[in-house]
Design a protein around this ligand. Structure first.
Ligand code: COI
Length: 356
């Protein structure tokens, strides 16, 4: 038993809520598994590791995260293989990215062994909640926030790290219509765009709502200076299959999240012999490709959505309809490969799977 593990206290729920879940009709993020892992940061160290029944937590009205936004999170998923074993996909990468986000928001890092042990114990306890059905999974939400009662603007001295989980289906029921956003920005150079900071998502809600009111399920974010270069799509990274290349915005400007699905998809595409380019992608390049008929595919990548194909792109007043889904050979193939790796149906040659 590791040191962290021996320190986790466990309080089990008296009656599981699993019978209330219709696993064939799961609504994303509305029903939660029985337990959660909680750790507290105080006096410069993490302690008080516990697994509790999922439920309300007490915070002060002066909790710093509620006022000044010191809050970061992660998204990851668990799956099952044929033998009913629980498999996590690249969990250590999520732990590392959480700490990159925490650092940018002046929050303490969560040691990887605490992250992994808390996660492992929690998922073991709630393993029945990992759906067996193809296309479903257990969404895992690790997050950290400043819990100190504090009115002054400074990095808080107290934090909570929590992991809870929820069985989910796919995030988008069908391909999305997107609009290239040219007024609002998600991120700016020197800002927090590369961090999975709660505030990034809050800032995106209003422009996203304007887009939704106009009939677009998602926006494609562009650079905040001239709205000339593409950055992300909604809460996902975005990829363009143009001619025989797979092209995606590079991460050098720190305005884009370093997606774990993004990295996995690029790796698999290279394995398929596709030329992958990570570089600046201008709106003009994408629109010209659409006009010339060489824009074969556009899709978002993210934990929740995995691969979300784009049905159409609108730029200013012009709508460009993309090829039929059955013609999207590359994204269909990548989605299948990823799915099969996650369920251990094909070889996991990069050791992405972490068995619980
Ligand atoms: C994820 O893909 O895990 C995300 O963070 C998107 C989420 C906001 C639903």
């Amino acid at each position: 038993m590791t040191e962290v593990m021996s320190k986790i206290s466990i309080e089990k729920i008296s009656q599981s809520k699993i019978t209330e879940v219709d696993f064939n009709n799961i609504v994303f993020g509305k029903q939660f598994s029985d337990h959660m892992f909680v750790a507290d940061y105080k006096d410069g160290k993490w302690s008080d590791f516990k697994i509790l029944p999922f439920g309300k937590i007490e915070v002060s009205p002066a909790c710093a995260a509620l006022h000044y936004g010191q809050a970061v999170f992660e998204g990851m998923k668990a799956y099952k293989n044929e033998q009913n074993e629980v498999l996590l996909f690249r969990p250590l990468d999520n732990a590392k990215r959480l700490n990159i986000s925490a650092k940018r928001l002046c929050m303490p890092e969560i040691p990887e062994d605490i992250f992994m042990e808390g996660l492992t114990q929690l998922i073991k306890l709630d393993s029945e909640w990992v759906p067996k059905t193809e296309g479903s999974s257990l969404y895992i939400r690790p997050y950290m926030f400043a819990s100190e009662q504090l009115l002054g603007v400074r990095p808080a001295d107290e934090y909570k790290f929590i992991i809870f989980t929820a069985p989910v289906n796919s995030y988008y029921a069908e391909p999305v219509n997107v609009k290239i956003e040219t007024s609002y920005s998600r991120a700016t150079e020197g800002g927090v765009g590369y961090a999975k900071a709660a505030g990034n998502y809050a800032a995106a809600l209003y422009p996203a709502k304007l887009g939704q009111d106009a009939g677009y399920q998602q926006l494609i974010w562009t650079d905040s200076v001239n709205h000339e270069y593409i950055e992300e799509s909604g809460t996902m990274n975005v990829m363009f299959h143009i001619g025989d290349k797979l092209i995606t915005p590079n991460l050098d400007f720190k305005t884009t999240l370093a997606g774990i699905t993004r990295n996995s998809v690029l790796t698999l595409a290279k394995d398929l012999g596709i030329t992958v380019e990570e570089r600046r992608v201008s709106v003009t390049e994408v629109i010209n490709a659409a006009k010339e008929g060489v824009l074969k595919d556009v899709f978002g990548t993210g934990t929740a959505a995995t691969i979300a194909q784009v049905a159409s792109i609108t730029f200013k007043d012009d709508k460009y309809v993309l090829p039929k889904i059955e013609e999207r050979e590359l994204s269909n193939k990548l989605a299948k490969m990823l799915q099969e790796i996650k369920h251990e149906k094909i070889e996991d040659k990069y050791s992405w799977i972490h068995k619980i």
